[in-house]
Design a binder for this molecule. Structure first.
Ligand SMILES: Cc1cc2nc3c(=O)[nH]c(=O)nc-3n(C[C@H](O)[C@H](O)[C@H](O)COP(=O)(O)O)c2cc1C
Length: 267
């Protein structure tokens, strides 16, 4: 069975699928219909552009069924001011309510990240969601153990260790939950793909009222301190490429702080 078939009764031969295929896998046959090249199946990255661009649903891709490719509701387009406000009003949240985030909301934010771009559509990101506050706290303690080990060479970490010893949590901010993403080490784009996915998660979380903050200390320790890596149970062939504490924000922000001007060179 062919990976891609064209319904000649509905195809209007507009050439859109041919034009948008990033791998250039289509030819035009003698009647002007798109034709998936022989041997193209091995090169198809499954991005779904050919399915998504066809206004007549005339293109069938066995790996990307139409039933799993819903129609875009153009009436739901986000207004530019709404999008700008979402992007600008997202803050790194470091004070959380004790009540847990409903799992459905977390799932929704992860779902949004599934549609993040990834190099050659590889979608390499794995998600680990730590739901229990006690486990988040234990992981923060392991990060502190790591900082204690390296603080002789990197004295700037000493204040964080002091805060921990005073009963505070400067690492994961007493967040109720944590998300960690990991991906294969042997894929050169794992870091970029993971960062994009987590950024998309962060924006979707903000839209859902979830407060997030990148967990830089934990990200560093996760790949440099085996006890933390073991506690996270990261597969041997993977590295941690991102982590974020999250929970319901204790405070609501009312203003958007200024940022430096964009450093642009126009040519
Ligand atoms: C890669 C990265 C690592 C970060 N690590 C931490 C962290 O470990 N702890 C923390 O409180 N904030 C962390 N942050 C949050 C930044 O401090 C924050 O994004 C910055 O101050 C701007 O504030 P805003 O996110 O509210 O706009 C991190 C941000 C990034 C992008």
């Amino acid at each position: 069975m062919n990976l891609v078939t064209i319904d000649h009764t509905t195809c209007r031969r507009d050439g859109a699928c041919i034009a948008v295929c990033p791998m250039g896998l289509f030819d035009t046959d003698s009647a002007g219909f798109p034709a998936f090249r022989p041997g193209a199946a091995e090169r198809c990255i499954g991005c779904g552009h050919c399915v998504a661009v066809c206004p007549r649903s005339a293109l069938h891709h066995t790996a990307l069924p139409l039933e799993e490719s819903p129609l875009i509701d153009h009436g739901l387009a986000v207004s530019v001011p709404a999008l700008e406000q979402l992007i600008r009003s997202r803050r790194s949240v470091r004070e959380f309510k004790e009540e847990p985030v409903p799992e459905a909301l977390v799932q929704q934010a992860i779902e949004a990240a599934r549609w993040a771009p990834s190099a050659v559509n590889r979608q390499p990101v794995h998600w680990l969601v730590i739901r229990t506050p006690a486990e988040v706290r234990r992981l923060a303690g392991l990060v502190i153990d790591y900082l204690r080990r390296i603080s002789a060479q990197e004295p700037r970490y000493a204040p964080f260790i002091d805060l921990w010893e005073q009963g505070k949590d400067p690492i994961l901010r007493n967040a109720p939950h944590l998300v960690v993403i990991h991906a294969p080490d042997d894929w050169i784009w794992s870091s970029v793909d993971s960062t994009i996915a987590l950024t998309q998660f962060e924006l979707a979380a903000a839209a859902n009222g979830i407060g997030t903050c990148w967990a830089g200390f934990l990200m560093r320790a996760a790949n440099g301190y085996p006890p933390l890596r073991d506690a996270l149970d990261i597969p041997g062939s993977h590295s941690v490429f991102g982590a974020m504490m999250f929970g319901l924000p204790r405070y609501r922000y009312h203003r958007i702080p200024p940022r430096q001007a964009a450093l642009i060179t126009w040519r």
